[in-house]
Design a binder for this molecule. Structure first.
Ligand code: NAP
Length: 488
């Protein structure tokens, strides 16, 4: 391709959340033109959608940031959601990304039309042809409202945690929260003082590690401002702690670390839940680390408040007046909050992606979402994923893993933009061999051996995560192995 061709080379990025903005930054630095298509009226993805009371990130602020955009101003060790949303929008504005975002333009169809080109259609119409497509659509965007009998008959107000209804005052209301994940355990402490009562409907107890969230004093922020090197050191330290030690514990590469995690969770329960019966009801029967670990110093004190009730009888139905449980009790409520999580296998959907020979990715992924090293799929040339199947998931920074994938994908896109190739896609053999290796390795992770179910499992009962150390993820995605690709 000539440099004139490079000038006309265009990438479509789907999604202006945390990973879409970072993708744009990398493409901009590589001198590659792009347009970001965003379905909503603002950037920020999950941090735009989730505004529930008590939301803060459970990854430390100085790790949950882009490697290229340190921030001395974080108010807390674990930042509140609004601050994180403002950070992403601020980076997009400062680095000139925001002008390339097409808001309210949901990609409905991406179709490979041959000769390396993709046609993009959005809710605004035909957007024309692009040389490559990068789906940075996030992992937890499709909310799940469980199919409980009578759900819609409830006479009060109900909403999912990611669509918090700020019009409804909770003051002096009887509130029910369904779920005990990271979300529910943040909401309950944030509302307990305001409401008349709060009932937490627990299907499965959770292991919780006790970590306080302290504000950064002004002198600490000043030190970060004056000596940015301190932020870089802290980032490296936290990255090492979370990825090399914590992540290694989950994938069977650090048994002592996993045992320590279990000990800390049990100690937290013993030290901070005083009533033996409540403690028993809050004690999980599976291994710590099996479900995503909850990080909170507020949940146990909050659930022991006189107006907080743990309901561990199974929900049988929802009635106009409240929630009925298997013990026959009707829990009368004014508001029900569904903290019931997300479908992590939605990826780019509901968009339709059509690859070579008219094959749809929805069809290909109907049973199981399989990709080559989390970033590409055979038969779909020049289509790449950030946060795709088998991306590392767990209690560490999604931003860091996304940047590893973005760096790798940018190298492939540069090859296309520089005219080395017109089309790049992974081979079927390399993809199958990668997935066969994953299937063997995943058996040794605590997600599978720990005796729980979680959102990590797909409908075939397979855990779709990265089954090795974080170090291996970085090493595997350092440089594309071109022998594992078909490039024309
Ligand atoms: P989640 O972890 O998937 O939890 C959903 C909860 O709803 C579970 O307790 C589940 O019970 C329960 N549930 C689902 N259907 C139910 C039903 N029919 N009856 C009763 N209970 C039902 O969802 P989440 O708490 O929203 O968290 C999802 C992920 O988002 C987290 O793991 C994390 O990655 C991310 N997140 C991060 C933060 C943060 O950084 N601060 C905050 C929130 C969320 P079972 O356990 O029995 O299935």
């Amino acid at each position: 391709m000539t440099s004139a061709n490079k000038a006309s080379f265009r990438v479509a990025v789907i999604g202006a959340g945390a990973s879409g903005i970072a993708t744009a930054v990398y493409l901009q630095r590589a001198g590659v033109a792009f347009t970001i298509f965003e379905r909503a009226g603002d950037v920020g993805g999950t941090w735009r959608d989730n505004t529930y009371p008590g939301l803060s990130c459970d990854v430390p602020s100085h790790l949950y940031r882009y490697s290229f955009a340190p921030n001395a101003e974080w108010s807390h060790e674990y930042s509140p959601a609004a601050e994180i949303h403002a950070y992403f929008r601020g980076v997009a504005e400062r680095l000139g990304i925001i002008d390339k975002v097409r808001l309210s333009s949901e990609v409905t169809r991406a179709e490979f039309v041959g000769d390396g080109m993709w046609r993009i259609t959005t809710t605004q119409g035909d957007e024309g042809l692009f040389n490559a497509v990068i789906a940075a659509t996030g992992v937890l965007h499709k909310l799940v409202l469980p199919d409980i009998e009578g759900r819609d008959s409830f006479a009060g107000t109900f909403f999912h945690s990611s669509r918090w209804n700020h019009e409804v005052s909770l003051a002096n209301k009887r509130v029910g929260i369904i779920g005990t994940g990271s979300t529910a355990t943040q909401i309950l402490p944030a509302i307990v003082d305001e409401v008349a009562s709060v009932s937490l409907f627990q299907r499965t107890p959770q292991w919780i590690v006790n970590v306080p969230n302290n504000p950064f004093p002004e002198e600490k922020k000043r030190a970060f401002r004056d000596e940015p090197q301190k932020m870089a050191e802290l980032y490296d330290h936290l990255n090492n702690l979370f990825n090399q030690r914590f992540a290694a514990s989950l994938v069977g590469e650090n048994d002592a670390g996993l045992a320590e995690m279990a000990r800390a969770c049990r100690q937290n329960l013993e030290d901070n839940v005083h009533d033996p019966d409540l403690r028993r009801r809050l004690t999980p029967s599976y291994q710590a680390g099996c479900k995503r670990l909850i990080v909170s110093d507020k949940f146990y004190p909050a659930i022991q408040r006189p107006n907080a009730h743990l309901v561990d009888a199974k929900i049988t139905q929802i009635e106009p007046a409240g929630i009925r449980t298997a013990d026959g009790l009707l829990h009368e409520l004014d508001v029900i909050v569904y903290a019931t999580g997300f479908d992590p296998f939605a990826f780019f959907r509901p968009a339709v992606i059509v690859g070579r020979d008219g094959v749809s990715l929805n069809e290909r992924w109907k049973e199981s979402c399989q990709a080559y090293r989390s970033v590409a799929v055979p038969g779909f040339p020049n289509l790449f994923f950030i946060g795709g199947p088998n991306s590392p998931i767990g209690n560490f920074s999604f931003l860091r893993t996304a940047e590893v994938q973005i760096g790798y994908v940018t190298r492939l896109v540069e090859m296309l933009a520089d005219g080395m190739h017109r089309e790049i896609e992974p081979t079927q053999e390399a993809t199958e061999s990668f997935n066969a290796e994953v299937e063997q390795a995943i058996k040794h992770t605590v997600w599978v051996t720990g005796g729980c179910t979680s959102w990590y499992f797909d409908k075939q009962g397979k855990v779709v995560s990265w089954p090795w150390s974080y170090g291996r993820f970085e090493a595997d995605l350092k440089q594309p192995r071109m022998e594992e690709f078909k490039a024309a």
